[in-house]
Design a protein around this ligand. Structure first.
Ligand code: PLP
Length: 433
């Protein structure tokens, strides 16, 4: 399969180029040139398939034969190796818990898959690949853990000093091996600026192969399809019909994957895009007017995005036709007070502990569900990742899973950067060679 640039449908790349470069030559995002409809045999088999097998059966159309099928089957089984249960929360709402992976957030799915695909393509490469990621918290940990120990790949995680939570920081600063954490004196935007400058630095690029690992990369957003199919199968088995899926969204990679699954035949009635007060997309869905804005900080910080990078992919899927988009999805923006009250109410009435991101999705679903529908929201992070917010509201401690405790006991090792580009570049050169 070839992948076209969202800036120019005629500009196409093969899978390997698309994965290694992340962005098209004209800075567009890559989209699959066609989306297959899954055969009846897939739906017959689905109730018996594991997450890894669903990954193989749905992703092979995009990744094979460039990756030989037998190798790809092993890859999906390794990447999707943790449970994603559908857990009933109230009579008409269930949580799809995506936080049982190594860093307790759904980004583990995409990052684990991307790392393995990249390693496959760089296996015969003459030099190492260097992945640069700027993070405000969750992306850095998922990418670093996804790539940990992968041969031929060095990962540099840049994060703003003092602006990520202790739990988040420990998940990418204690790893060692091929992971270098860089603590930058500045904001998340400063970190992103350093990464962008590096990508434009021809001198550096002559010395090193650089790439990114954010949800711009098709091998990171596309694998997120698998859990939509898996959730559907579980919900059907639990007797639910007329499914509505609510996705807490920031850069909209997660929802894009759901919409592609839908295009492949997933029988979901409709989707809800839930955002925090960064509400460009809900506003666009209501008015047809897209107005990017600076990101505003909220307790659901992984969704603090003022100009979602993947929204262009949704527009391409529907040929920029607002009517077609709103047939499949609606949007709702949820403010901070509603996040807090939802965490409290759902704990009081259902004894279920939400994290701030999941709370946004729960609230949106609860407000939009109609008679006869069953709602599934994507629980994208474990509440123990946000103890400062959650414990104050529910007035008790959130139990920490063992893998989180292991991180918290690890020793922090970082490189420091004042935010000056030349100094940052030297850190990369010292650790890449
Ligand atoms: C990244 C993230 C999101 C937003 O996902 P997008 O694919 O960027 O829309 C939501 N919740 C959590 C916990 C995240 O880490």
């Amino acid at each position: 399969m070839l992948f076209y640039s969202t800036n120019n449908k005629e500009l196409k790349s093969d899978l390997k180029q698309a994965v290694i470069h992340g962005l098209a030559a004209d800075k567009g995002l890559f989209m699959p040139e066609s989306i297959p409809v899954l055969p009846d045999s897939f739906w017959d088999e689905l109730p018996r398939l594991s997450l890894g097998e669903i990954g193989f059966e749905t992703l092979k159309y995009f990744f094979c034969p460039e990756i030989p099928e037998d190798e790809f089957r092993q890859l999906t089984n390794e990447a999707f190796n943790f449970p994603v249960p559908v857990v009933p929360v109230s009579s008409n709402i269930s949580a799809l818990e995506l936080f049982h992976g190594p860093t307790l957030a759904f980004k583990d799915i995409g990052a684990r898959f991307l790392a393995r695909v990249m390693a496959r393509f760089t296996r015969d490469y003459e030099r190492d690949i260097n992945v640069l990621v700027a993070t405000s918290g969750d992306t850095g940990s998922a990418v670093a853990n996804g790539f940990l120990g992968v041969k031929g790949v060095n990962v540099f995680v840049l994060y703003p000093k003092g602006l990520v939570s202790d739990v988040q920081e420990k998940q990418f600063t204690t790893l060692g091996q091929n992971i270098t954490a860089i603590e930058v004196d500045g904001t998340f935007d400063d970190c992103q600026r350093l990464v962008k400058t590096a990508f434009m630095d021809d001198g550096l690029k002559q010395q090193l192969t650089l790439t990114s690992a954010n949800s711009i990369n098709l091998a990171r957003f596309l694998p997120q399809m698998v859990y939509y199919f898996f959730a559907y199968a579980q919900a059907v088995e639990q007797g639910h019909k007329e499914l509505v899926v609510c996705v807490p969204s920031g850069n909209f990679g997660n929802l894009t994957a759901g919409l592609i699954a839908h295009r492949m035949g997933l029988p979901v009635k409709r989707f809800i895009a839930a955002t925090n007060i960064n509400d460009v997309v809900p506003k666009y869905l209501a008015s047809g007017h897209y107005q990017a804005a600076p990101g505003i900080a909220t307790p659901a910080n992984a969704m603090d995005v003022g100009d979602p990078s993947n929204f262009i992919r949704i527009q391409k899927l529907f040929q920029h036709d607002l009517n077609r988009i709103t047939e499949v999805m609606t949007g709702l923006s949820v403010n901070n007070d509603a996040i807090f009250s939802t965490i409290r109410d759902v704990f009081d009435s259902e004894a279920y502990v939400l994290d701030p991101h999941g709370a946004i999705a729960y609230y949106a679903l609860d407000n939009c569900l109609e008679q006869g529908e069953h709602g599934i929201f994507l629980a994208t992070a474990h509440p123990a990742k946000f103890p400062e917010t959650v414990e104050k509201i529910i007035e008790r401690r959130v139990e920490q899973p063992d893998r989180l405790k292991a991180f918290l006991n690890g020793e922090k090792k970082v490189e420091n950067s004042s935010g000056l580009y030349e100094e940052f570049k030297q850190v990369i050169l010292d650790n890449a060679l």
